[in-house]
Design a protein around this ligand. Sequence first.
Ligand code: SF4
Length: 163
Amino acid sequence: MSLRGFLNMIHFILKGEMKAKEPILYPIGLVAKMFGISVATLRLYESEGLILPQKSQGQHRSFTEEDIKRIACIRSMITEKGLNLAGVRMVFSALPCWNIKNCSQEERASCPAYLDSHDPCWVAKSAESVCATEDCSKCPVYLELSECHTIKHILKKYWNPAE
Ligand code: SF4
């Protein structure tokens, strides 16, 4: 069954238990099963800064459909393109978030994601970054990179070779 077909099926099953318009959150065990990987692997992706799951008060992790698309992209970079986790992180770090968020020169000057980082901006950011207090899991920069087929398009759109 395709990923889309699986999501549709789970969506149908869970829909009855959710309030209308509430995004469906998929528990970590189910997501691990969906991809045929272990829960520990998903936790590793999180500790490597590749995914930002939602956490309940009891620290239980759950995933949105966007997260699941992102995990599918990470899996394909690893299993089809032969990247390791550092390589995937490097791909995510290439996105010029400062152009998407229109950061001023002053804001760039104090942001590690702009200055020098091999990590995605949501990992590299510091207390001095303009978005220090933002929830990165809801930021367009993080969300735009959910699907592998959009990466090249996003880079073409936002990358400025003069920088
Ligand atoms: S809010 Fe987070 S994901 Fe968005 S640009 Fe800032 S560090 Fe990056």
